[in-house]
Ligand binder design. Structure first.
Ligand SMILES: Cc1cc2nc3c(=O)[nH]c(=O)nc-3n(C[C@H](O)[C@H](O)[C@H](O)COP(=O)(O)OP(=O)(O)OC[C@H]3O[C@@H](n4cnc5c(N)ncnc54)[C@H](O)[C@@H]3O)c2cc1C
Length: 301
């Protein structure tokens, strides 16, 4: 799919009917309600997958909205515990009010972390665009002061990630590595796919050699092969890492292959009423994803 075509498709987004975006969203979003997401999680558990649940949304406009999102995440931890799903939670700091102030966001995060602690569960703090990196890492470290089972995300496209990793690296670190989904300037971020991939592998080596637990989040199969090679070279047991993918992304049997090697695979399952805006924003932020939309539309389920 040419990138010019993708850009044209994205330019046409406002004119596209909600149903079109809905076709796209259905594949990647587990419904609007927590109950639907938990059903999806249990079904994925039944196929041997771990899950991380995310309530869709970001950049809230008021403390009240941030409070409602916080309450929804607290409730979600209790619902996960009640139904016995093997699922943790991933959330975005701007969804908990980071744009409105770090103190407000931290207070909200602490409520979610407390619910995680009460239910013995883990919290992943997603990484957003580079304007948020410093605050997000500071919030992560605040959370770690009150609960051990909280983990950050580092993005392989950012030049700074290796230094950030060095600052937080320990055997108690649980870090997710991903390429990074936002558009970042060449001054701060690698642009060439091969440079991003090389940095991904370098960060994985740095984190694994430093004793961290590493979640390797990518759909890029050649990159996954390089990571499997690294894991083999380092002779790591499966308890030291997991692979992660987004719900609905076609992986052509690769996930089952990883499972058959005894590796843990976790699926990131987003849900919530904000699916429409979320899907549109994702498409605008990365026009290349528009190519996936079309190919998915015409692919048989
Ligand atoms: C579990 C998980 C958590 C993430 N958390 C964050 C985060 O906290 N912060 C952040 O900035 N980014 C996050 N990302 C997004 C990530 O940074 C990448 O932007 C995204 O995964 C695409 O990169 P890739 O590694 O899959 O490689 P790519 O080279 O972009 O993709 C490899 C192949 O996978 C397929 N593919 C990739 N994405 C899709 C899609 N959405 N639909 C259909 N096919 C697709 C395509 O066929 C593509 O050729 C996360 C990704 C995953 C899997």
């Amino acid at each position: 799919m040419s990138s010019l075509f993708n850009k044209l498709l994205v330019a046409a987004l406002p004119a596209l009917p909600r149903a079109f975006i809905g076709r796209f969203a259905r594949r990647y979003v587990a419904g609007e309600q927590a109950g639907q997401a938990l059903s999806v999680a249990k079904a994925l558990n039944g196929r041997g997958f771990e899950v991380t649940l995310d309530i869709l949304g970001e950049h809230v406009n008021s403390p009240q909205e941030a409070g409602e999102v916080t309450a929804a995440y607290v409730d979600l931890y209790h619902r996960i515990a009640a139904c016995g799903a093997r699922a943790n939670i991933s959330l975005k700091p701007t969804h908990l009010g980071l744009d409105l102030g770090r103190v407000l966001c931290r207070d909200n995060l602490f409520q979610v972390v407390s619910a995680g602690r009460e239910t013995g569960n883990f919290l992943r703090i997603d990484m957003e665009d580079s304007a948020q990196t410093d605050d997000t890492l500071a919030l992560y470290s605040d959370c770690r002061d009150i609960y051990d089972r909280v983990g950050p995300v580092l993005q392989a496209y950012l030049h700074r990630s290796s230094d950030d990793l060095a600052l937080i690296l320990s055997t108690r670190l649980n870090v997710r590595l991903c390429k990074g989904i936002y558009r970042e300037r060449p001054e701060i971020a690698y642009q060439r796919p091969s440079a991003i991939n090389d940095n991904f592998v370098a960060l994985a080596r740095q984190a694994l050699e430093g004793g961290a637990y590493v979640a390797l989040a990518t759909h890029d199969r050649p990159l996954i092969s390089r990571l499997e090679q690294l894991i083999g070279d380092l002779r790591l047991p499966p308890e030291r890492f997991e692979f992660q993918v987004l719900y609905g992304v076609p992986m052509g049997g690769k996930l089952q292959q990883l499972q058959s090697r005894g590796f843990k695979v976790r699926i990131y399952v987003p849900f919530g009423e904000a699916w429409y805006d979320y899907s549109k924003r994702r498409l605008k932020e990365n026009p290349d994803i528009a190519g996936y939309v079309l190919s998915n539309l015409f692919k048989k389920e």
